[in-house]
Design a protein around this ligand. Structure first.
Ligand SMILES: [Fe+2]
Length: 337
């Protein structure tokens, strides 16, 4: 049986915490309590939580800061946050929205309304979770035909989210790229496995066939608005800033930003994993090729702003690569990118 939903209530006043607990428990919710931001983050690190009810004015760390930290932590960012505040000002609400909160309620809140909003938000969080799960299942299905790519698709999603934050994109953008960058190579499901698994450089004809994984990807993902990011990433992740990429030879800002970000993440991971023809590179080797170029890759292939963010974040890429590496197995073949 599914466990009951667990709600973390964060408020510096005991009275409010008691009130929330008395309201929520009879409705089958488990509650956890924290009296400030620091305690809240500690509780989130120690327990699975389905929703956070967050007061804004608190000592130690205010609600906006807590929300920002939740939403910028890949382990926690999926948890919905409802901000409860006596400060009903527009600025407060704006700051809360910027921090990524899903809902707002003003104190004194209407109990029935709070319960209803909690139920609604938990239901949509479950749909969201199932949606993300299916995206990943689709990405994984497309890998079945390919060489062992290890955790490549997951790592690309993580790097891309890191880059999105560095480039100051919204939390929504970051969440989307985190999930949907995993679909970049979904079109490979249509590429014959003798090409995907060929242990050497592809001839011209095979390369032309391989390039079609971009348009196949866009075709598979289709035109649902919720998957717009994934479609553009699948279609444009081999386009290059200087216009020398494929399938359309788009140039500069014509290439959607989510694809420009994913491109550099994909290249970094591919360099570290390449197994045929070239040895896989260590971190410094991969960074050197991206920033200085080699016979195939050039810094001009990348959006300069995205490249600068990559250089800044490079140590974090290395960290992610190491922690998410699949037992050190060689994976994605750069020759076939
Ligand atoms: Fe690709």
């Amino acid at each position: 049986m599914k466990r009951s939903h667990r709600i973390l209530c964060v408020d510096d006043e005991d009275f409010n915490l008691d009130l929330l607990e008395a309201l929520l428990r009879p409705h089958g919710y488990e509650t956890l309590a924290a009296q400030n931001g620091r305690e809240a983050l500690a509780a989130l690190a120690a327990n699975p939580v389905d929703l956070v009810l967050l007061d804004i004015n608190m000592p130690v760390m205010n609600g906006h800061e807590v929300c920002r930290r939740i939403k910028s932590d890949p382990q926690l960012s999926h948890i919905p946050v409802i901000m409860i505040t006596s400060l009903d000002s527009k600025e407060n609400k704006m700051a809360g929205m910027e921090a990524g909160a899903e809902e707002f309620l003003s104190k004194p809140f209407d109990q029935a309304e709070l319960l209803l909003r909690i139920a609604n938000i938990l239901r949509s969080a479950e749909y969201e979770e199932a949606f993300e799960y299916l995206i990943l299942a689709l990405a994984r299905a497309a890998e079945a035909n390919d060489i062992d790519t290890g955790n490549h698709i997951l790592r690309v999603g993580e790097y891309a989210a890191l880059m999105a934050r560095e480039l100051k994109h919204s939390e929504k953008f970051t969440e989307r790229i985190h999930t949907q960058a995993t679909l970049h190579d979904v079109g490979k499901v249509h590429i014959p496995s003798h090409i995907l698994k060929k242990p050497g450089r592809l001839n011209e004809e095979e390369m032309e066939e391989m390039k079609k994984h971009t348009t196949f990807g866009a075709m598979i993902i289709g035109d649902h608005p919720h998957l717009e990011f994934g479609r553009r990433i699948a279609l444009c992740h081999h386009e290059r800033w200087d216009g020398t990429g494929y399938p359309a030879g788009l140039k500069g800002a014509e290439i959607p930003i989510e694809a420009r970000i994913t491109a550099i993440c994909d290249c970094y991971d591919a360099l570290r994993n390449s197994r045929v023809y070239k040895p896989n590179y260590d971190h410094d080797g991969a960074v050197a090729i991206i920033t200085k170029g080699d016979e195939r890759m050039k810094p001009e292939h990348f959006d300069p702003e995205v490249l600068a963010a990559f250089v800044k974040l490079a140590p974090r890429f290395d960290e992610l690569y190491r922690t998410m590496k699949d037992g050190g197995k060689p994976a994605e073949d750069l020759e076939k990118k």
